[in-house]
Design a protein around this ligand. Sequence first.
Ligand SMILES: Nc1nc2c(c(=O)[nH]1)N[C@H]1C(S)=C(S)[C@@H](COP(=O)(O)O)O[C@H]1N2
Ligand SMILES: [Mo]
Length: 201
Amino acid sequence: MNVTRGFTGRRSTHRPGLPPGQYDAGDDWPVLSAEVTPDLTPADWSFRVDGLVERPRAWSWDEARAMPASAYRGDIHCVTGWSKFGVRFGGVSLDAFLDVVRPQGSATHALAYSHTGYTTNLPLDDLTGGKAWIAWEYDGKPLPAEHGGPARLLVPHLYFWKSAKWIAGITLLDHEEQGFWEGNGYHERGNPWEEQRYSGD
Ligand SMILES: Nc1nc2c(c(=O)[nH]1)N[C@H]1C(S)=C(S)[C@@H](COP(=O)(O)O)O[C@H]1N2
Ligand SMILES: [Mo]
């Protein structure tokens, strides 16, 4: 069987791997920011994991960059409708940070927060097991500032609003605390395959 070879319909809405209600943005990468792009240099950037962990800590840019590199190659899906196929991000697996701070058994949820004040909430399970990254490279180059550089959270299996740009930290909680879009009616989990766009979907 040879059903996918030669398939080049980049604008198709029937492309395999396209979640329901999404379209293929092709080479475009729209910028979606609720805030102005901050003037954030690597020297200003830090990443902290706190809340229900045994050993809360923060990493500077150099400390984070010294951790084992991990890459994502795959697709991303924005709740406004666009998806991008086969993107490449480089950074560190979030598991590596969690291994250091050691989540407490009671931790079930997380609130990710940006240096700009943006927040988004996620079930802790969506951040573990090789599903989430702190990413600072796109396509082998430094992540552009408007896309969250120096570094952003990357949780590609969920709608892209969960991937907080200019990530500053993650607080582990034993309950759900709504982030920016979730407090404005968006879904708590945001699984594109189940079209969890809005609260109650
Ligand atoms: N700090 C911050 N992170 C954010 C957002 C934002 O407004 N601020 N928007 C989210 C949404 S809705 C999407 S679709 C993606 C957009 O990322 P991009 O601008 O790199 O495409 O970032 C997410 N992360
Ligand atoms: Mo989005």
